[in-house]
Ligand binder design. Sequence first.
Ligand SMILES: [Zn+2]
Ligand SMILES: [Zn+2]
Length: 343
Amino acid sequence: MNGFCVECGIDTDKLIRGMCIDCFLRDRMLMSLPDHVDLFVCTSCGQYLRHGEWQSMARNKAITHAAREAATCIKEGRIKGTNSTINPLDDYNISVTLDCNIEIEDFETPAAAATIVRIKNTVCKICSRRSGNYYEAILQIRTAEKSLSAKLQDEVLERVEKFVDDAATTNVNAFITKMEIVPGGVDVYLSLIALGRELTKALGDQYCAETDESSKLVGQTRDGIDMYRVSYLVRLPDFHIGDVVRYGKKYYRLTRVSSTGGKLKSLNNFSEMPIRRVNMPDMKVHTRSDEMEIADVISISDGEIQIMDPNNYNTVDLLVPKGAEIGETVRIVRIDGVIYYVP
Ligand SMILES: [Zn+2]
Ligand SMILES: [Zn+2]
């Protein structure tokens, strides 16, 4: 041993700034806290600002973090194991006492400090965007017909809402700003360009719809980056799954629609055939699925049924697919005065 404390002279090799631990700790403030610490909370969503980011946290946890992160300790030491005592003075001023251990080389010694955490009400960036009608993209949903039917509108908007809800679980910036019924369809204002792009792709595939996009420069951000607003058009086709359509002078029921095309079932022989997406605009809707006539079934034999024509109560024989399950009623269509069973 060849070291000694410059204060008390004790022989030791464990010296901090030339002093033994006892002399070093004597009258020394090991940890300190500022008189007060500001903690910002969004009055709209309740998130707390932490390291420049808005986070969902329990109130007491946010208060403890705010105090803990404002604590400083002597440069020879390190704060370990914090215990906090929270004591609200009123709704906005909370007294916090931190009890810690300070680690100095291989010593550990307790220390305490107190501060007032002041809760500051504000509005986070996302909430201010929401309330400010912020949007980057407009999804324009239209149809090939004059107007979008209420049923289809509900169905599409439900898909849009589900899509944005799913996106919002991983990105708080994803939201629908507003929806507007316009002549011929509906406009959906979206907070992110990516939402518009992804939804356009998804709806285009789901409905075999025509899509288009156009962008417009709307200004610059504070850092001088160009800001665009993008309009996405989704033109829903006239046809829908279940409709009876005419294609190449024959009649079919449209049984499937996908991103690449669809499937048609012949009303004559019930065989199924694929149709490519590029050819689908050539299909003409003959009877919509929700406008089909229903006829009572009188008798069933293999490959054939007898029904009652709902117009004149005559019995009519119809071909049906072999092995088809026939209930008490069937869907029928009339083409050039002839009745067909709709598979
Ligand atoms: Zn000493
Ligand atoms: Zn907020």
